[in-house]
Design a protein around this ligand. Structure first.
Ligand SMILES: [Zn+2]
Length: 337
């Protein structure tokens, strides 16, 4: 709506700033989510193609995260705004479906990888939980709450209840063993590497050989860093970069905070990312990039392309920056809080 009214174009210079960092997760033809609850994490290759073509036709400059950081540091205002494309978690559809689209448009992109997913030391637990609840008529957390889940309505409520319980009641280290126990009770696989839709090291070597591709760190175990001690948080960041460096021959210079909301990444986490030598760190908080971010390179906002609304107008309106003050209650630069 805002885009059609011309509001987005009118406010572009005021709010749009230097450019945007786009956040994606999955890119696949059928955006299936058994309960519809993780639907927003997927977009189709066709929609990605449309977004990139549209941005290019508007004169957008696509940049790598290295170039993004240089531009923010230099602070030089340019006529053309930049877009840096990022994808979280290293799904294998990034290689199979997104990569050909990036190649077609010569668009640089960054994939944030958590080595634990690759080696089976961590699982995409929100996806496992969704599959588990889709299959079960009843679930019980060992020593915790239980939910009846025979109808779709109950299943969705159970999913959100379980998400809250895992995110805020269990510690980060308890999540995986508890989920494994629940899967075993339902006779379901959990955390088998082949069952996870993430790229293997071999596939990561293949995609990262292309100069268009940057690999970034995303912790080892996809932990919410705010819920760990400072020492553990630093170790998770450092170790993910070490493991990626060992496997791919290049240590990541960029980092993404798992979950990335204010509940998962604040000032302390931004400071640790800087101390650990990362050039930049991104959150999942909503916003466009401005010169003021030169002092906040380790708490950068992004624009999430939501798979529920795969319409060009929504993406354009968000990248114009017009939605940022709404999302952040009037503040243009989102500080690590
Ligand atoms: Zn993630």
């Amino acid at each position: 709506m805002a885009w059609h009214s011309g509001l987005a174009q009118g406010t572009r210079n005021r709010f749009g700033g230097l450019g945007s960092i786009i956040m994606l997760h999955r890119v696949r033809r059928d955006c299936i989510s058994p309960l519809g609850v993780t639907r927003s994490l997927s977009i189709t290759p066709k929609f990605l193609d449309e977004i990139l073509a549209s941005l290019r036709s508007e004169g957008t400059e696509f940049v790598s995260m290295d170039e993004m950081a240089e531009r923010v540091k230099s602070g030089a205002r340019r006529d053309r705004r930049f877009v840096a494309v990022t994808l979280d978690d290293g799904y294998n559809d990034n290689l199979n479906h997104a990569y050909p689209v990036f190649q077609k448009h010569s668009v640089p992109f960054t994939v944030y990888v958590a080595p634990g997913f690759i080696e089976g030391a961590a699982v995409l637990w929100w996806e496992v939980a969704e599959k588990l609840i889709a299959k079960a008529a009843y679930i019980k957390v060992p020593g915790g709450p239980e939910w009846r889940c025979s109808t779709l309505f109950q299943k969705r409520a159970a999913f959100h209840g379980l998400m809250r319980y895992f995110s805020y009641t269990l510690t980060e280290l308890e999540q995986l063993p508890v989920l494994r126990e629940m899967c075993a009770a339902a006779d379901m696989m959990c955390g088998v590497t082949a069952d996870q839709d993430v790229m293997t090291w071999k596939q990561l070597r293949q995609i990262s050989a292309d100069p268009l591709c940057t690999i970034g760190g995303h912790t080892v175990h996809h932990y919410n860093l705010k819920r760990l001690t400072a020492g553990m948080a630093a170790q998770e960041m450092r170790q993910s970069a070490d493991m990626i460096g060992d496997e791919l021959g290049k240590r990541p210079a960029h980092f993404a905070f798992p979950y990335g909301s204010a509940k998962a990444a604040g000032r302390r986490e931004a400071d640790i990312a800087a101390q650990e030598g990362f050039v930049s760190a991104v959150t999942t908080r909503h916003g466009t990039i401005h010169v003021e971010h030169h002092a906040n390179l380790h708490a950068l906002p992004r624009i999430s392309i939501n798979g529920r609304f795969q319409k060009l107008v929504y993406a354009q309106t968000m990248m114009s920056g017009v939605t940022t003050p709404i999302a952040n209650a009037g503040r243009r630069v989102v500080q690590g809080g």
